[in-house]
Design a protein around this ligand. Structure first.
Ligand code: GAP
Length: 458
């Protein structure tokens, strides 16, 4: 199980500048969160690790940054306008709104709502007299489908305005640029387009801190392939997901696959990777076999051919797509839960330490003058040199033990102490966050030493 509770995590993130409540000074806006200075670093480092793993290391792999607002026909073609909805009902007694599937699973966790139609859910709720979680009565309206997309108006005058949507997934930006990437990169199948960016969903039951929010970031990866190659690629990307999570420090025993029975409107097969959070298993990734659904629909609605001419077999076809999608905010949360440790020391003190992989740590090294008056000048010099290459923090306030603890708490893997030895021999003491062991390193070797220890490749 996780080492800290959700309550402890929320407090930790707030205390150290990882995550704050959104619009806090105005009392917040439910289920919005702001990443603070350290949280932003962590999030960016996870993005960089993903880029390294998915874009840099792979053949025919390209990154894109498409618009959040798209021509509304995109959402007609993709099926989101018609099918991207949740089954909702209202309690007639206390006027609260609920998702029908959630009502049923909190009433009886053994019921599989994935295989139930809207009518089946309604009859179940009526027959079993499933109670409202708020008031305990069982008097609900019929189930209605509620679209999850946020709509807004675009136009100079009220009359000429059109409804546009905040994208609910990044994927469509990748599909509508399929031809552009194919042409400009002069690539061939199989090739992939990856994209990191915000998505928005008007979720009725958000919660669990940053796990389910209305605005979140996805790292999505679409691999376009020849029909027939899709099933092997689907299996491949499920396993590649596990490898990526292990690479960033999530252990195999707290990861599991979850095959979907109830499929999204675009998918032929879907499998999630879940991480064991303190509140239970939660989805952090999904791999979907989207067949040629999206490209075929875009061809139909845009009247632009999405066919690919395969020179090796002399045939034309619309490629299939295997999608592997990663929820960035959920991965940040999983990494924090995995890493935050409260350690009992021999002197009975508790050491709060974020045992995060060095390449994900917000700061790689913390530079500390042992005695401010005597060692600050040299420490500043080392700090200024190192910050050309790494994110470095500098701390001269309080005793050295307390300064070590502050670095440990935010996951800084190395502390460099500048003392009399430094002035005499040009060496520093490097302390390892996890083992607390110290070693002497020559200043001229410090940069290479830290680069090797904090890079992606060991
Ligand atoms: N393009 C496919 C797609 O969007 P999804 O399973 O609906 O698939 C992908 O979402 C990932 O986005 C999920 O695995 C999850 O990690 C993340 N995600 C989805 N809804 C979210 C929400 N409301 N808050 C935070 N993350 C979310």
């Amino acid at each position: 199980m996780s080492k800290v509770t959700m309550e402890e995590m929320v407090s930790y993130c707030n205390r150290y500048g990882f995550i704050f409540q959104g619009s806090e000074i105005y009392g917040g806006l439910a289920n919005t969160w702001d990443y603070g200075p350290l949280g932003t670093r962590l999030k960016n480092n996870i993005k960089d690790a993903w880029r390294y793993y998915f874009i840099q290391r792979r053949d025919n792999s390209y990154e894109l940054d498409s618009s959040i607002l798209m021509n509304p026909t995109v959402w007609k073609a993709s099926g989101h306008l018609d099918s991207f909805s949740d089954p909702l009902l209202d309690c007639k007694e206390c006027k609260t709104r609920h998702r029908a599937d959630n009502l049923i699973s909190s009433y009886d966790a053994s019921v599989n709502t994935d295989s139930m139609t809207q009518e089946m859910m309604m009859s179940y709720i009526r027959e079993k007299k499933v109670p409202c979680p708020k008031c305990g009565k069982s008097n609900f309206t019929d189930i209605r489908q509620f679209n999850l997309m946020f709509a807004t108006q675009r136009g100079v005058t009220q009359d000429s305005s059109i409804t546009v949507y905040l994208r609910p997934e990044n994927a469509q930006g990748e599909y509508v640029n399929f031809l552009n990437v194919l042409r400009t990169m002069r690539t061939k199948l199989p090739f992939s387009i990856g994209q990191i960016g915000k998505a928005f969903r008007n979720e009725i039951t958000p919660g669990n801190f940053t796990f389910r929010t209305i605005e979140f970031e996805q790292m999505e990866y679409q691999t376009f392939c020849k029909p027939g190659d899709d099933e092997a690629l689907y299996e491949y990307f499920k396993n590649y997901g596990i490898e990526f999570f292990e690479f960033i420090g999530l252990p195999r025993e707290r990861l599991r696959f979850h095959d979907h029975e109830k499929l999204a409107h675009y998918a032929k097969a879907a499998c999630d990777i879940e991480y064991l959070f303190p509140f239970g298993w939660g989805e952090i990734n999904g791999t979907h076999n989207r067949t040629d659904f999206d490209l075929r629909r875009h061809q139909e609605y845009s009247k632009k051919s999405m066919e690919y001419f395969d020179v090796s077999s002399n045939e034309k076809y619309i490629p299939y797509v295997i999608e592997s999608t990663y929820g960035l905010d959920r991965i940040v949360l999983a990494v924090l839960f995995e890493s935050l440790t409260l350690e009992k020391l021999e002197n009975r003190e508790t050491r709060e330490v974020l045992k995060i992989s060095p390449f994900l740590a917000p700061f790689k090294v913390n530079v500390l003058p042992l005695i401010k008056k005597r060692h600050a000048e040299k420490a500043q010099e080392i700090f200024n040199e190192l910050r050309k290459y790494f994110m470095v923090s500098y701390d001269d306030a309080g005793n050295i033990g307390r300064r070590y603890r502050r670095g440990d708490a935010v996951g800084t893997p190395y502390a460099v102490t500048v003392d009399d030895e430094t002035l005499e021999h040009n060496t520093v003491t490097v302390r390892d966050r996890d083992t607390m062991r110290q070693e002497t390193v020559a200043i001229e070797e410090l940069r290479a030493y830290l680069a090797e220890k904090t890079g992606f490749v060991k």
